[in-house]
Design a protein around this ligand. Sequence first.
Ligand code: HEC
Length: 218
Amino acid sequence: MKMNKLNISLMAIAATALLLTSCQKKDKNSPGYEYMGEFDMYRTQSYKAYEDNNVFPNGLTMQNQVEGTIPHSFDREKMINYMPFPYPNTLGGRDSAIAFLKNPLQKTEANMAEGERLYNIYCIACHGKKGMADGPVVKLLDKRGNMGLLPPAYSSDQAKNATEGQIFYATQYGKGNMGPYNAQLSAFERWQVVMYVQTLQGGGTSPDSTAAQNDSIH
Ligand code: HEC
């Protein structure tokens, strides 16, 4: 049978109508027919976090963190506290810290003020208000023959040239009869203290001028 123009256009209309109606679904969220569903192409088979898993040798789905993983934060203070301390408690570790360990904090008034406040809580008992090694504990012990608690004045030969890394290192592991402070103070807080201790290395007479000097360096 020969098709005339009318037949062709009628068929075209019918086909379009069929197409349009086949797009109308009762459930708009339904994906419609799945022709190859059994090949997992539409839906992946994901494992649940605590499910057994024979893909990994240890049989766990949720894998442990890689050794050395640390938390990340966009908060600078948290990041400073999360960073592992890479210098070991050895003579070599101390030498490296003295040479390379640097204060990550800006020398701001706020950091300096907080450093002073913390110093007056944690360090003043031995090191004294101006870092002259004349804190109340030392004075008390002096009356009883001292028994070996002899912090150096920060302006003494032992401590006046101590680098910021050296001061921080002392708070990390302690030194001689001084205990470590890494449990009481976070790394961030200890860097604030270090900043303040540096102002006492000049003899504790003019902390402000030392601070100003440091300002110009950074
Ligand atoms: C219980 C007393 C005591 C307290 C509290 C104390 N220290 Fe000390 N500190 C000492 C003694 C003792 C030494 C001398 C250690 C040595 O050289 O044998 C010392 C030494 C130091 C040194 C010199 C380290 C070096 O490398 O020679 C620094 C810096 C220092 N302390 C900082 C601090 C800071 C900061 C605090 C507070 C967070 C603090 N200390 C709290 C007793 C104390």
